[in-house]
Design a protein around this ligand. Sequence first.
Ligand code: NAD
Length: 498
Amino acid sequence: MKRIQHYIDGRMTGLDSTRTAAVFNPSTGTQSAEVSLASKADTESAIQAAAKAFPGWAATSPLKRSRVLFKYKALLEEHTDEIARLIASEHGKVLSDARGELTRGIEVVEFACGMPHLQKGEHSLNVGTGVDSFSMMQPLGVCAGITPFNFPAMVPLWMFPIAIAAGNTFVLKPSEKDPSATLRIVELFTEAGLPDGVLNLINGDKEAVDTLLTDPRVQAVSFVGSTPIAEYVYATGSQHGKRVQALGGAKNHMVIMPDADLDQAADALMGAAYGSAGERCMAISVAVPVGDETASLLREKLLSRLDGLRVGQSIVEGPDHDMGPLVTGQHLDKVRAYIAAGVEEGAELVRDGRELDDQSGGYFIGGTLFDQVKPGMRIYDEEIFGPVLAIARAASFDEAVAMVNAHEFGNGTAIFTRDGDSARQYCEQIQVGMVGVNVPIPVPMAFHSFGGWKRSIFGALHVHGPDGVRFYTRMKTVTARWPSGLRERTNHYSMPTL
Ligand code: NAD
């Protein structure tokens, strides 16, 4: 059985770990590897390697650091197929989607290549007579990242390229469900010329996470995952004096106005609800058509498209399927249980993905559609994280806005309309961090920052873009006055007498 190890101080280690977890191929339901689970001591040795590498890396000039990132970007591009296959074979998303994920991650590396510019700080001349003031954006030290299963390449790449380009060193703890792609992208950074110890990876679970959250050498923690763990990471890390950004779960609504192009809206919903089997924090899981006529027309268009939804293996010869399996058997059971709960609570099950005929042993479920879903039902209130779309009808624009704003999550949302005024009002009134206008999944580009509102985030700063640079640097502001000295002294031969 293949053993997936840790990567500490520039080499693989962890064969002697006593605790391991099984890694599966979700397309077949068979175990493909086992992953070492780091002990407290393993985690401390990764922190130690990062602490040791920090002074040298922080003293390396920003331009030299960013040259390593340029090489890293080229290597990631060269290895795209290999990395995409690792993602597809452990996560279950189809290859084209895996390639897309990596591309979005590489865009953050491109952004981080500009760190010499981004980290320049500020300068004010003559804040008082003969007094100048300037700020320096200095690295923090050892930073840690804890990442979820659903983007094993992109989410880690939201974090460590920016942290490292800014002069920090890093310990990454990826998801134990699909660790191979993450391990490969970490290893490639060394090939690009990153000194040993600057980027370390430990595989593990709560034991590793708790060590990162409490060790005094760790200065900052970035977390992406479910809301209960995000809240725990934020509270524990903050209690131990660390800077923490913790991104949590989501329930993203798409409001469809009566004047929207309904074919365009239905096409967009198919990709946004069922792409990656709904295992995206920016997936649309609630469609909010305004008016019963809009709802009925939209429902018909979705049903006809669901007839053509191709579900199957994540890696195939020829064109990809539209969506692959869920990540684990346990997660499949959870999604099936949510569908049962929706029926019990009185929602109308229009298409039941549990009826998918599949004998492969993989964790497959078909696209599911509910209508007449209402706040208070578990399938509305909770994040399912599967290919289950709920239609929650609203009578008016104001009712739609109120519904979205009342939800505990506020990650992403979209409005589909041809009316500029509705779109503008929506953007202004909605209590959500990322908003799309006729764009179903409004993930900001690398040079903007990504983050939700409400219980989709804990901590003040979003990830990547300007907030990412702020998160991984601390500002020092110097106010300086230079008394007149040598410039005004002409006689260099006598003793200076001030
Ligand atoms: P998860 O919360 O189960 O795991 C995330 C990380 O936390 C993993 O590395 C895991 O090992 C660790 N972890 C799990 N339980 C822990 C515990 N008790 N103590 C300490 N650490 C623990 O999330 P997941 O199932 O891997 O990912 C799916 C979730 O991530 C969804 O809720 C999704 O919305 C969310 N997500 C959010 C964003 C965002 O940007 N807001 C992006 C991607 C995923």
